[in-house]
Design a protein around this ligand. Structure first.
Ligand code: GUN
Length: 300
């Protein structure tokens, strides 16, 4: 069998055009322009690329975008003061502080200072709690992107066995919550799991979120299973020239694509969904802050 390739890049394009439609309606019917503020501290080149993309795509879907680029030496208090100002600003409905932050700043303190109503990353304890009990609000961006791709691929996830490999707060735990809501039977696997290959072989859905290049091999995949690869591992690729790198997922793609029913590539699978879901969350928070029901096609 050769797997169907789940094209996250094209799904994210479609999602962004739906978001643009919702933004247009919020403006025309309610006079609301959703606003997203992105804060970056320091000069991490990877973070700068991400933040520039976030700001660009925010504007492209018709939203208000604010970008705060603070120097590496910024104190924790200065970031907390900026977060407090954005919390109080009625033109801002989403606040994202790009992680990692420099060592003089405690990321937990910064996250906890963000008003949960504007927490478009779904990082604050209040947002995580809402997600766990199914209350409306923002949903962690990468997990929401995975869920949208799974729904589009499989339609009904009910009763399927999902194995989530990786138990991070950012991906593993929230995706498990979302899959439970879809009536999947969910197994969480992690670095201490015994006989991981045997467990993965029982999965109808595999979510790979461990951050180890090509750890999950083709012969771990049940024939016909759906494989969602969250890993984005940059590795040296001297065969492409000196200093060149390439991206690998957590799944050995060439092997797994021979056996799976459907699979996300890296790049072009889950990656493009993350920023699109950040924009979706900003429409959700802008709606909720204004007492409106958020669009159902933008959330879990
Ligand atoms: N750094 C890398 N990914 C993310 C993300 O999704 N949100 C934030 N705030 N920082 C990140």
């Amino acid at each position: 069998m050769t797997a169907r390739i789940i094209d996250g890049k094209s799904f994210a394009e479609g999602l962004r055009s739906r978001i643009a439609g919702h933004v247009e309606r919020l403006k025309a019917d309610h006079g609301i322009t959703p606003g997203l503020a992105v804060v970056i501290v320091g000069h991490d080149p990877g973070s700068q690329v991400y933040v520039a993309q976030k700001a660009k795509q925010t504007v492209e879907v018709g939203m208000h975008s604010e970008k705060y680029e603070l120097p590496e030496s910024t104190s924790e208090l200065e970031v907390l003061q900026l977060v407090a100002k954005l919390n109080a600003d009625p033109s801002i409905h989403g606040i994202l502080v790009q992680l990692p932050v420099p060592p003089q700043i405690d990321p937990k303190k910064i996250i906890e200072a963000i008003d949960p109503a504007k927490d478009v990353d779904c990082f604050t304890p209040a947002s995580v709690g809402k997600l766990a009990i199914g209350l409306p609000g923002p949903v962690s961006c990468t997990p929401l992107g995975c869920l949208m791709l799974l729904r589009d691929t499989l339609k009904d996830l009910s009763g399927l066995h999902a194995v989530v490999v990786g138990r991070s707060n950012l991906v593993g735990k929230p995706i498990a919550q979302l899959l439970l809501r879809e009536n999947c039977t969910v197994t969480m696997a992690h670095s201490r799991t015994k006989d991981l290959p045997a467990i993965v072989r029982t999965a109808d859905i595999v979510i790979a979120a461990v951050g180890r290049p090509e750890m999950i091999r083709g012969d771990w995949i049940k024939p016909g299973a759906t494989v969602i690869d969250v890993g984005i591992n940059r590795i040296d690729a001297p065969e492409r020239g000196q200093g060149r790198t390439r991206l690998l997922g957590d799944v050995a793609y060439a092997e797994a694509a021979q056996i799976a029913g459907a699979i996300t590539p890296v790049p072009g699978g889950v990656g493009p969904m993350t920023i699109a879901c950040l924009l979706a969350n900003t429409v959700t928070t802008a709606s909720l802050i204004n007492g409106l029901v958020p669009p159902s096609d933008l959330t879990a």
